[in-house]
Design a protein around this ligand. Structure first.
Ligand SMILES: [Fe+2]
Length: 419
């Protein structure tokens, strides 16, 4: 995170004596990235975080790809992922590459109270499509609700607790590098600039430390090398009485992203939310459309020369677009153009606003697909630009609607137009 935070009790100076009420010392843990050169936090435990009573047999957890080196547009019906499992066992990995993995999860079970997870290698950015509850972590609790991105830095022990009656649906983005606000949004000291579409007030770090001093058997599944390594710790991992630093979990709502609009169609970088190594995350949010009198709100055809483009459709009016529904993924790989479906360019003219909500992940290296992806694929998607599939006899034969200034109204979604 780009700013300093502290919670609970910490000594005035780092690496100095900090005594428990019984006179023994609290145990200091520096949790840091990139050796000692990246961001870090310093936490104070009641008990040593190194006290392991048992290491159990690793459980396989590797992502296996079933389709690589393809060149065609793909569409996956995310809502066809059957709910099941808990928030870890229920993850269905859909696509990935060495820089990022994307999974869907619709958990139906809770994990037991003495089980936890730690991703030793990947930061996790979880888009909460449906559901609410709280993320409990070694550094405190973050409450989340529908539309939140929940960010968990790698190596932080945590657990998800869902509340309410809504079936949770999560889009999980995992990266072996840090998720950050784009550099162009920040000044030299990291503060978010006036032209950033969000600011520090939109981030929700932990606000509560529920410190637990409990002895027992606490299982932390640690993900590394394509396996889950179950470690049995003697003390509850949430025994921290205070911490400070830059590395901590947080939530930020997609609804707090302030869209940047213009007279003519704005390119996807205006929607950027985060950057990480070799990919970006963008948020497409409800907004007013372009206001040049001759503007075309629908995006133009474009060739991704250097990236694969993934769009996850969360909410909006894209139901009108054949085959794309809530929770759908489209993947438009670099090397071939994509763009509006027949008729959607003309239909967008004169529209004033969109209610779409979507998450985009652009990767700078090709993505690979898993067996779970192929199981929910709409295989005809590559042919969906054929005009006869949309009731048009010829490309570009649709009539142009009235001038934008002539009073046409609302509600087309550029997501309709296969961004
Ligand atoms: Fe695109």
């Amino acid at each position: 995170m780009p700013y300093y935070t502290q919670l609970g009790r910490i000594p005035h100076k780092r690496h100095t004596q900090f005594a428990r009420p019984d006179g023994a010392l609290y145990t200091e843990e520096v949790i840091g990235a990139e050796g000692f050169s990246g961001i870090q936090s310093i936490a104070y435990h009641i008990h040593p975080p190194t006290l392991v009573d048992k290491v159990l047999e690793p459980e396989p957890y590797a992502i296996e790809y079933a389709d690589k080196d393809f060149l065609r547009h793909r569409h996956f019906v995310g809502e066809n992922v059957e709910p099941g499992g808990d928030w870890l066992s229920g993850r269905r990995y859909i696509m990935g590459n060495p820089d990022v993995d994307l999974a869907l999860c619709a958990p139906t079970e809770a994990m037991s109270e003495n089980e936890f997870f730690k991703n030793a290698t990947h930061d996790e950015l979880v888009f909460v499509h449906d559901g609410e509850g709280r993320l409990e972590s070694v550094l405190g609790t973050v409450e989340f609700r529908q539309g939140d991105y929940v960010h968990i830095p790698r190596t932080l022990t945590h657990r998800w607790v869902f509340e309410g009656n809504v079936q949770p649906r999560l889009l999980i983005i995992e990266a072996p590098t840090e998720f950050k606000p784009p550099k162009r949004y920040r000044n030299d000291v990291g503060q978010l600039l006036e032209n950033s579409p969000y600011c520090e007030r939109d981030f929700r770090p932990p606000t509560e430390l529920n410190t637990l001093d409990q002895e027992g058997e606490f299982i932390v599944r640690i993900k590394k090398h394509g396996k889950l390594h179950p470690f049995v710790y003697r003390y509850h991992p949430f025994d921290v009485v205070g911490w400070d630093g830059y590395m901590y979990p947080y939530a930020i709502s997609i609804h707090d992203f302030e869209p940047i609009t213009g007279r003519i169609h704005q390119p996807p970088p205006v929607h950027q939310m985060f950057e990480a190594n070799n990919f970006v995350v963008c948020s497409f949010c409800p907004r007013l459309f372009d206001y040049h009198p001759d503007s075309i709100p629908a995006p133009y055809n474009h060739s991704n020369i250097d990236s694969d483009e993934v769009l996850y459709y969360a909410e909006g009016d894209f139901m009108s677009r054949k085959g794309v529904g809530r929770g759908s993924f489209t993947l438009h790989p670099g090397g071939i153009p994509h763009g509006p479906h027949p008729g959607t360019t003309e239909a967008s003219i004169g529209k004033k606003e969109t209610h779409e909500l979507a998450v985009m992940v652009d990767t700078f290296r090709p993505l690979n697909l898993t067996k779970d992806a192929l199981a929910i694929e709409d295989e005809d998607y590559i042919y969906s630009w054929q005009p006869e599939k949309h009731g048009h006899p010829m490309p570009d034969a649709a009539p142009i609607p009235p001038h934008a200034g002539d009073g046409a109204v609302t509600n087309a979604s550029p997501a309709d137009a296969a961004r």
